[in-house]
Design a protein around this ligand. Structure first.
Ligand code: NDP
Length: 251
């Protein structure tokens, strides 16, 4: 497991957007970031889940979060612009984005892959994070220390049969993060990295591996150290890397 002991005030005063914040790893990250002082913007497609997380953060006495209901499969340019305008008006800047929302698509060969599902997976997993980051870049550039984190996967580093568009989307994610990181290196205070969570006890994992006993995998809460490390100032010099949540520690 990646080990990192985050100071309690690691993210104090920071404004951080988390996509897919209503469930699984994104929900745990929203909690972890808020617990370390961040104002978290909860983006997702199921309003009730976002409201539940909102209530939990408020009950803990963390900084008041914000909710952005958005379906990344159907969001259009004007939705991203509207979000940017809202964030600019409310916060004036953005200190981090965790691109966490993804869909699995179907598990079948590329030969028989449904082209419509292919497009859906690419839209949610690749195109939406690209559009969101591009639109929000002016707000990220206003931060002294902004961190953009994309979510990868083991199948985004080595292709595996029957992982289809999901695997290809994760290769694209790794590539997008590398290109963006290289472009921003030395010319801005925005850094860009990837996290590969590894097998984690969520709905997506259960769907992908129905025969597996869920308790064999760590919970989302247990893999949070790398998510905190890459979002906070201890990683301010780290750019263009792809880290494993269940790999070696920061030290
Ligand atoms: P979950 O399916 O448990 O959660 C995904 C979240 O993304 C949900 O909150 C979901 O919303 C949201 N989401 C999905 N589609 C959209 C959309 N169109 N618009 C907005 N939000 C959307 O997944 P995990 O927590 O397991 O995965 C999180 C990330 O980690 C993903 O990028 C995944 O690829 C990656 N990953 C996970 C692994 C694992 O073992 N769990 C292993 C390797 C990588 P809703 O709740 O409304 O459905």
């Amino acid at each position: 497991m990646f080990t990192y002991d985050a100071p309690q005030d690691l993210l104090s005063g920071r404004i951080i957007l988390v996509t897919g914040a209503g469930d699984g790893i994104g929900k745990a990250a929203a909690h972890a970031y808020a617990a370390h002082g961040a104002t978290v913007i909860l983006l997702g497609r199921t309003l009730e889940k976002l409201e539940q997380v909102y209530d939990e953060l408020e009950a803990e006495g963390y900084p008041q979060p914000a909710i952005v209901p958005m379906n990344l499969e159907t969001a259009a340019e004007h939705d991203y612009i509207e979000l940017t305008n809202q964030l600019e008006e409310t916060f004036g800047r953005l200190d981090g984005i965790l691109h966490n929302a993804s869909i699995l698509g179907v598990r079948t060969s590329l030969e028989s892959y449904d082209p419509i599902i292919w497009q859906q997976v690419m839209q949610v997993n690749v195109n939406a994070p690209f559009l969101l980051t591009q639109t929000l870049m002016p707000l990220l550039r206003r931060s002294d220390d902004a961190s953009v984190i994309f979510t990868s996967s083991g199948v985004g580093r080595k292709g595996r049969a029957h992982w289809g568009a999901y695997a290809v989307s994760k290769f694209a994610t790794e590539g997008m993060a590398q290109v963006m990181a290289d472009e921003l290196e030395n010319i801005s205070s925005v850094r860009v990295n990837c996290i590969n969570p590894g097998a984690t006890r969520t709905a997506m994992r259960a769907y992908a591996y129905p025969a597996e006993a869920p308790e064999t995998n760590p919970t989302p809460e247990q893999i949070m150290p790398v998510y905190l490390y890459l979002m906070g100032s201890d990683s301010s010099k780290v750019n263009g890397q792809s880290l494993d949540a269940q790999g070696d520690g920061a030290a």
